[in-house]
Design a protein. Sequence first.
Length: 477
Amino acid sequence: MADVETLPNIADAAGLKAADRAALIDLLDVARARAARNALRTAYYEEEVVPPDIGVSNVPEGVGAHVPSGWPRKAVTAVAERSRFDGFVFADGEGDPSLDRVVRDNALVDAYRRHAPSELKHGCMFATVGRCAGRAIVRFHTAEQASGLWDEGAGRLGAGLVIADRRRTAWSRSKPLPVRANLHMPGYVVALERESQVRWRAEYLPLPIDRPMMEAFTFRADGGRPFGTSRITRSVMAIADEAMRLFRYLSVAAAFYSVPMRAFLGLTEEQFDAMSGNKWRWLMDSVFLAERSPDGAVPQAVQLAAASPQPLVEQFRIYAQQFSAETGVPLNSLGVTTENPSSAQAIAAAREDICIAADDLNTSNKVALRNVALMAMCVEGDCPVEGLTERQLSVGAHFRDPSMPSVVSQTDAATKLAAACPGFADTDVFLEMCGFSQEDIARIQSQKSQSAALAALRERRAAADGTGNQGQAAGLQ
């Protein structure tokens, strides 16, 4: 959380209980400990870092040749772009009206897409579920906006703190400051409202379930790091520093290489004085005119060979290969191409590491999104988890294939499965494999139902007309 210093005296909020004050202080300490690390990774992601010199610099002072590197951002977005949340599904294939309303009203699919890079950037992000006017409100928060304490026994968050609102106030006209923070505890939320620059007030809000209404989304968490690991590792930052220094050297080398150095030998004193006053003119002039000296010597113009930037280009390729090995980002995505085009199999193999990372992200986020869905349905139904139906408990998050196969290949595979498995073509899974979204599938199934109902109505009318005609024929006899 980057706003810890903008929350003065929040632990002394009026009405805050002693146990909750202790948890709040622990959360603030965690936020302070992680603030610098989160800010550093954000700076690399936003391309705002200027690497320091290594002690040996061949770039003259005053030469502004800094070229930022987008590689750390690429390490994040290459995985985030393949994590495509597609909505919630149930065991019976039908939807839930209350959860569908939550997804629609909170734009949950788009909100996940916008915050997924933050999870990869810092290793984690958070989602909170609240209530407003009887409806469930779901919000995502970055690691710079929230902090959490891990409960080892429960295997989930034990407590969490999020910045819920920022505004310009009477004591801060130029910059929005936090005016509301929510402390999430098992069974209740403590809403901390800012009454002045240094005075806060606590309000307790009960929850329908006995757990914090806050969920952690983590990337490749393990026993030692329950809040996950960042894609912008120390190795990634070190390689990005080397690449930025190399880009600077390349800029200077290209400037010298574009204008070769020349040497003029055997000049008289008058010629030397005249040419020294405007060296750039004589360097760029295509014609050099000179007289013989009194002793008959002829001045000479010699062009010196400029240093080639090719060694620096080769070094750039080495750094790109190191970065690709560290992150799994293909070389062609880093601007390094080969003379011979890669085959389809080679391209798929180069993207395998990225697809595995995206699949790891989707696997852990499926669990977190399911917990968010359960909490949202509890808020909508004003009941604990035990009060949900078996069907509601079967909810799961659906993600698209991170390998992002073409529609043609997906449809071909689905068609072959439908031929081997009778009835498969009538399922939603078949339509998903053909590349349709959940919204399109719902429209297709709805229109199919309408068409079936109209067909059944026509059959009944035809049968009724047939029966009436037969009765009239019998009466004529």
